[in-house]
Design a protein around this ligand. Structure first.
Ligand SMILES: [Zn+2]
Length: 413
């Protein structure tokens, strides 16, 4: 049994790595492991496969993945920026990612990661850079179309196979799709939405003082000026009228969680994660994330133990290898390297290849008997109604007769 551990999410964005919460040793897992539902094919060891859409050479992994999408009923999906690259939104850590480009654009001394640290509000210059970055991300997200992979996740949810989607993305692309809705703020008690935004989202702005929340307005976040909260302002003016002393006016900020700061949804995320662990998830996909954030690493580690205890399978889909950390040893059963946007195509191709009759196979005994008896000819002739159909039937008859004649001639010789 998996010891369900409440994931404390306050350190979600903390930079320090946390100790692994291993629940089942690999040796024990090996003994207990029996797959149910049975997948048609399962890799004995997680050799990385390269995703490809142009041939069926890697049919084995396609079959496994297809089996998972068709048979598992409580799939956990953990995604990162990699799933939105196809929508034109840059990721964070790749060579073309935001951390790299921001370092160049803003001539930062350190990595662009500092632009996502709570310290951005410490001086005017970094506040202005932060606002500029948030505005450009917001504008990209607003203009972006959901990708095929986002649609695949929505389909999974509509087929009632998705237990939960945990997203680190703040672009809010997934939550626009049916079956992938979220709730802001995240409720501490069930029912929880399908999508859990681990780091908030750019669709909302919030007052740091009174907690008022509204739709993100990019016009307010220009330059180094931090916008004031109108709710706080109104309250303050009312207090002034009745002669009470001012309580101050709060500042607005995008409702995203920065490094080294408190996550307002932390407690709720801990509760939903705990509930999902108890729900015995039977499959997990970890897609487009390098798993650098400790809180997310812990979710993946604990969920993978729960999935393995339920005889399920954990799949890694990314351009890069999984992290080499000891906590992820024996964590991934199938490693697929490449663009996750190829997955829908690979599944479709595999499905089509299975529904097509195989070429080069001998006809069945029944089919051969019918052919020999000339039933196929008469059946087609009986169905033929249009002139064109009749013509085809005639050609078929003649060919067949010619064939028989040839056969006879051959026999006579
Ligand atoms: Zn306020």
């Amino acid at each position: 049994m998996v010891r369900s551990t409440i994931v404390v999410m306050e350190d979600l964005m903390a930079v320090e790595s946390s100790a692994p919460a291993t629940t089942i040793s690999p040796a024990d897992r090996g003994k207990k492991r029996k797959r149910n539902p049975q997948l048609p094919w399962c890799p004995s060891r997680p050799s990385p496969y390269k995703l490809c859409t142009d041939n069926a050479a890697d049919e084995q992994y396609a079959e496994t993945l297809h089996g998972m999408f068709r048979k598992c009923r409580r799939i956990i999906v953990v995604v990162g920026a990699g799933i939105s690259v196809g929508a034109g939104i840059p990721d964070f850590r790749s060579s073309r990612g935001l951390f790299r480009t921001m370092k160049d654009d803003f001539k930062l001394k350190g990595s662009g990661q500092s632009m996502f640290d709570s310290s951005v509000y410490q001086d005017e210059a970094t506040t202005a850079m932060f606002h500029s970055m948030v505005n450009s991300l917001h504008s990209l997200s607003q203009g972006a179309e959901v990708t095929k992979f986002h649609q695949l996740l929505s389909q999974l949810s509509m087929e009632r196979r998705l237990l939960r989607l945990y997203t680190q993305n703040v672009d809010c692309l997934e939550i626009s799709l049916s079956g992938l809705e979220t709730a802001v703020p995240l409720p501490v008690k069930a029912p929880w939405p399908k999508t859990i935004q681990l780091h908030g989202g750019l669709q909302k702005m919030v007052c740091a003082k009174c907690g008022w929340m509204g739709t993100f307005d990019p016009k307010l976040f220009q330059g180094s000026r931090i916008p004031e909260c109108t709710e706080c302002k109104e309250l303050d003016s009312v207090r002034e009228v009745v002669g009470k002393r001012t309580q101050g006016v709060g500042r607005l900020r995008p409702r995203i969680v920065l490094y080294n700061e408190f996550n307002p949804d932390g407690e709720a995320i801990g509760k939903v994660t705990s509930a999902d662990l108890k729900a015995r998830p039977d499959g997990m996909l970890v897609v487009g994330t390098s798993l650098k954030v400790p809180g997310v690493r812990r979710i993946v580690k604990e969920m993978s133990s729960a999935v393995h205890a339920a005889s399920g399978m954990v799949v890694w889909i990314n351009e890069e290898d999984p992290p080499a950390a000891k906590m992820f040893e024996n964590c991934f059963d199938l490693i697929l390297k490449g663009d996750c946007q190829d997955i829908p195509c690979i599944l479709e191709r595999w499905e089509n290849s299975k529904s097509r009759p195989k070429r080069g196979l001998a006809p069945s005994k029944k089919q051969k008997a019918l052919e020999d008896a000339g039933d196929i000819v008469s059946s087609i002739a009986g169905k033929a109604k249009s002139g064109r159909d009749r013509k085809i039937t005639d050609v078929f008859k003649i060919t067949k007769m010619a064939g028989e004649k040839e056969k006879r001639v051959k026999l006579e010789n």
